[in-house]
Design a protein around this ligand. Sequence first.
Ligand code: MF3
Ligand code: CO
Ligand code: CO
Length: 267
Amino acid sequence: MNTLLKNSTIEIKSPEEVEKMRVAGALAAEQLEMIEEFIVPGVSTAELDRICHEFTVKQQHATPAPLNYNGFPKSICTSVNHVVCHGIPSEDKILKSGDIINIDVTPLKDGFHGDSSKTFLVGKPTVLAERLVSVCQECLYRGIRTVRPGSRLGDIGHAIQTHAERHRFSVVREYCGHGIGRIFHDEPQVLHYGKPGTGSELKPGMTFTIEPMINAGKKEVRLLPDNWTVVTKDHKLTAQWEHTILVTETGYEILTHRSDDTIARCA
Ligand code: MF3
Ligand code: CO
Ligand code: CO
């Protein structure tokens, strides 16, 4: 497709739409802050799903967008250890000390989505788990720091890939970040690998997610027969962190910024 044409399909939000994205983003952040104390050895992922569902609906007066999205059966994704993404909460999946779990939440409020995820350490982490999880978070932050008017999508992917591979980890290719707004998964695709100076140019008012999935072993993944759960082919550990980002006149704004984030909300 022609580059000009492709660029023109990335929506620019109006100030009113941006304000609604801020509200939805803040709800996603609040959910990840709320759930932290429940992530302990012995809890099931189904219980974490119930807590998030109730909180979203009863406290936030929002809708969990994952529920029934393309047939997804639960309100959040819970991806443990070698599960890359889209893990389905289950009564049978009980967390134990040393596990890592990504919780991915997407509240829908007043017509707009806020999409964010964080990988939590359960009990006492292994040295590898701690390293993988923090390098993955750094990958997200390095991707975010490239965001400003005039930079390109390839700059984000390059920053992420370079950092992951410097640590001898690998970047999952099959899943990517995405434009977001009234539509959960919109244009553009935000790849977590790539070359600087390539891809669509960023403009103020664009909103999209960055959500690197970083593997301790090889980059290849496999889809389980439930047609949702994505696992690493080599069954080694994998981590993911996700924020919803707004391109501003001067840089970026993290719409899903939390109190535990170690990057500035705006630049
Ligand atoms: N929140 C996921 C993302 O970051 C998408 C989950 S889709 C679901 O894009 F159906 F699995 F919930
Ligand atoms: Co997303
Ligand atoms: Co998500």
